[in-house]
Design a protein around this ligand. Structure first.
Ligand SMILES: *[C@@H]1O[C@H](CO)[C@@H](O)[C@H](O)[C@H]1NC(C)=O
Ligand SMILES: *[C@@H]1O[C@H](CO)[C@@H](O)[C@H](O)[C@H]1NC(C)=O
Ligand SMILES: *[C@@H]1O[C@H](CO)[C@@H](O)[C@H](O)[C@H]1NC(C)=O
Ligand SMILES: *[C@@H]1O[C@H](CO)[C@@H](O)[C@H](O)[C@H]1NC(C)=O
Ligand SMILES: *[C@@H]1O[C@H](CO)[C@@H](O)[C@H](O)[C@H]1NC(C)=O
Ligand SMILES: [Zn+2]
Length: 403
């Protein structure tokens, strides 16, 4: 915190920012750019809600990973791409066109720009309300985009460089600490051999250490092990057991556990209460960081997730859009100091007025066509407080993330 408050350039930036707020009732693009630049020169504290395979800009991924040798691509029936690196011609995937070696494909094209811009994100130049008229459509595209990246980022050499590049992007944005929601999938080599979960976690630890050696003012990363909420009870039991083991074996880098994927179409936390109570029953520490309340479905089982997350002693709540509709959960989370990890479109303005702990994070910056964290601070700054935002609001959010 001392670092945060004493950085002279941050103080200068904050003063400028304070002046700029008067010009912000309808920010024009130049003012918006200026504000984002200023925020990028302030210390933003920790980014506490960021997902493993959406942390690094897709532009880097395309320019770097897909230009490596042995990279194959196919196109699914739903017009989404899949990739694999392989020393031999890979076996065909179901519902995907035959594999093409990217090197050969590029050599045949007069202009590779269009290929390189193919849809690996949910970003659109058009009106998003028209392109994605429903939650179903945007979630489907979002999950397809993750599947498209998957074969690139789970290739061991890319995996390391992708994470290092992601750290670089956040560090350049003046983020001093990162908590990464990570699936810890099997990572593969060119010959098709694979590494297990512990290897993946250890690689995060090794690359983080290397990054800190090269950037001694970066505080580090901790990993929240995640699994998709579509798993069944036996698979979740295995994963929670694995999480307890990792928490014991890697106490420095493991922060805890969470479930990911669309809440509305998944099982509620309560459905898994027996499995999620295993650590407490066994007297094992496994902190939870549940996504909860990322829903508008008032009154459904899913709408109870926030209260259940609190009953399961969650350390923070991912999103919590629905919190204002749940006074008991709101009272409990405020009393226990459980911060909400927010991105945007949030009833956060009212919560901030009540001093509810909140932190700003970017969740999946690559998918949204942004990078790092300052874009999200910009959205929060103009979104929550409008013209009444002051530098105090920003400082509070940065300090919350460290607290
Ligand atoms: C990808 O990035 C790594 C790490 O920065 C670098 O060593 C490598 O040369 C890059 N490869 C390509 C094809 O750009
Ligand atoms: C390649 O195509 C893109 C649009 O698809 C265009 O903007 C760009 O100018 C083209 N480049 C060349 C060298 O023709
Ligand atoms: C991806 O792009 C192709 C062609 O540009 C388009 O037909 C398809 O609908 C897009 N797929 C997704 C999942 O957005
Ligand atoms: C649970 O899911 C796993 C795969 O994730 C599957 O192998 C297993 O058969 C499923 N068990 C039940 C009881 O459905
Ligand atoms: C939550 O914390 C309470 C109080 O410390 C404890 O009694 C309870 O067992 C914990 N529940 C879980 C699921 O960890
Ligand atoms: Zn998330």
């Amino acid at each position: 915190m001392a670092v945060l408050l004493q950085r002279p350039q941050a103080a200068v930036a904050c003063l400028l920012l304070y002046c700029l707020t008067y010009a912000l009732s309808s920010p024009d693009p130049r003012q918006r750019e200026a504000l984002i630049k200023l925020e990028a020169s302030m210390q933003l504290g920790g980014a506490l809600h960021v997902h493993d395979f959406a942390m690094t800009s897709v532009e880097w991924l395309v320019k770097n990973a897909t230009y490596r040798p042995h990279c194959y691509m196919c196109l699914t029936d739903r017009q989404s791409v899949r990739f694999i690196f392989s020393s031999q011609w890979p076996k065909a995937l179901p519902q995907c066109s035959p594999w093409t070696l990217l090197e050969n494909l590029r050599a045949k094209l007069a202009n590779v720009t269009e290929l390189d811009n193919s849809n690996l994100t949910i970003f659109t130049d058009q009106d998003p309300e028209t392109v994605y008229p429903t939650q179903e459509e945007i979630w489907t595209t979002f999950e397809q985009a993750f599947l498209a990246l998957f074969g690139l980022v789970t290739y061991a050499p890319v995996f390391r460089d992708y994470y290092y590049q992601g750290l670089t992007e956040f560090y350049t944005d003046n983020v001093m600490y990162l908590e990464l929601r990570a699936l810890l999938p099997e990572i593969y080599e060119l010959d098709g051999s694979t590494h297990d979960t512990a290897w993946t976690l250890k690689t995060y630890q090794d690359v983080t250490r290397q990054f800190i050696t090269e950037h001694p003012d970066f505080f580090g990363t901790r990993v929240i092990f995640t699994v998709h909420r579509a798993v069944n009870t036996s698979a979740l039991t295995r994963t929670v057991e694995e999480a307890m083991k990792l928490q014991r074996d890697f106490p420095d880098i493991m922060a805890g556990f969470d479930l990911v994927g669309r809440e509305d179409s998944g099982k509620p936390l309560w459905y898994f209460k027996d499995v999620l109570s295993l650590p407490a029953e066994r007297g094992v520490t496994l902190p939870f960081f549940f996504h909860a309340g990322e829903t508008d479905l008032e009154g459904t089982e899913v709408d109870q997730n926030m209260l259940d997350a609190l009953l399961l002693n969650t350390s923070r709540i991912g999103h919590g859009f629905a919190l204002l509709r749940h006074p008991v959960a709101k009272g409990l989370s405020r009393k226990k100091g459980v911060a909400l990890e927010d991105l945007r479109n949030h009833p956060a303005a009212a919560l901030m007025l009540e001093n509810h702990p909140l932190v700003i994070s970017s969740d999946d910056p690559a998918m949204f066509g942004s990078s790092g964290l300052s874009y999200d601070f910009y959205e929060a700054f103009v979104g929550f407080g409008g013209i009444k935002s002051t530098l105090g609001s920003l400082k509070e959010l940065a300090i919350n993330s460290i607290r």
